[in-house]
Design a protein around this ligand. Structure first.
Ligand code: ATP
Length: 230
């Protein structure tokens, strides 16, 4: 579960400061997708970065499975992020020289304490996840051999490698046509249900929102509406 309590985040703006996120609270439960929407500059990506524990807010709490991430030191926050949070960034940041399968298994080598012992397990999980995102037969392809939609599927599978309880996804359909975008949203809904993640999905594309479980609408960093949908 992820709970954001009264999050405020400001950035310097000349002499004063601008509130990118202004006193926003939300709770996302396991097995649900919460959409975060709003116009450009409304604070969606900033809120997601706070939820990901990548930026510390000026005030407010980020509770991940009841652990207050804002109270952790940098090392503990990194560990929390690695163990419990999967992040899909707006820009695909796959490594050009690695195959789809290696993009996933390399996660096991990054900072984990017992990576050698877990190598076989990681390979097995990568296989299961590639299958789950519809890329069972594409595991040996490198990013340039995959379509935009397939690359986004690899990104999503990679974010799930460490079996996170929280899945954070920023504009996953922005580089895709409507049909491919809709199938990515479909995939996110299915994986959220199957893997019981608490998923936050930033999107400015309102066509996808009727499918999700709740919507937080931001304007100028402020929460203007919470809609229960699906
Ligand atoms: N690193 C930063 N330094 C200063 N101001 C920032 C920074 N990041 C974001 N902002 C400001 O905070 C506000 C919210 O930006 P944010 O990127 O979170 O909005 P967004 O809703 O994700 O926009 P978009 O849909 O265009 O990606 C904007 O006014 C932006 O200019």
């Amino acid at each position: 579960m992820i709970r954001l309590n009264h999050i405020t985040l400001t950035f310097p703006d000349g002499e004063s400061r601008i509130a990118a996120v202004d006193d926003v609270s939300l709770t996302a439960h396991p097995g649900t997708v919460t959409g975060i929407t709003g116009p450009s500059g409304s604070g969606k990506s900033s809120l997601l970065a706070v939820a990901a524990t990548l930026i510390r807010p000026d005030s407010g709490q980020v509770l991940i499975d009841d652990i207050d991430a804002t109270m952790l030191n940098a090392g503990d926050a990194t560990e929390l992020r690695r163990d419990r949070i999967g992040i899909v960034f707006q820009q695909s940041n796959l490594i050009p020289s690695l195959t789809a399968r290696e993009q996933l298994t390399v996660m096991n080598e990054l900072g984990a304490r017992h990576s050698r012992r877990n190598r076989a397990q990681a390979a097995a999980r990568a296989g299961v996840l590639l299958d789950a995102v519809g890329l069972k037969d594409q595991g040996d392809k490198r990013p340039h051999q995959l379509s935009g939609g397939q690359r986004q599927r690899v990104n999503i599978a990679r974010a799930l490698m460490n079996d996170p309880s929280v899945l954070l996804i920023d504009e996953p359909t922005s580089a895709l046509d409507q049909e491919r975008g809709a199938s990515i949203i479909e995939l996110i809904l299915r994986l959220t249900d199957e893997l019981d993640t608490s998923t936050l999905l930033v999107t400015h594309d309102l066509v996808h929102l009727p499918r999700v479980h709740g919507v937080v609408h931001l304007v100028d960093g402020r929460f203007v509406e919470a809609l229960a949908t699906a």
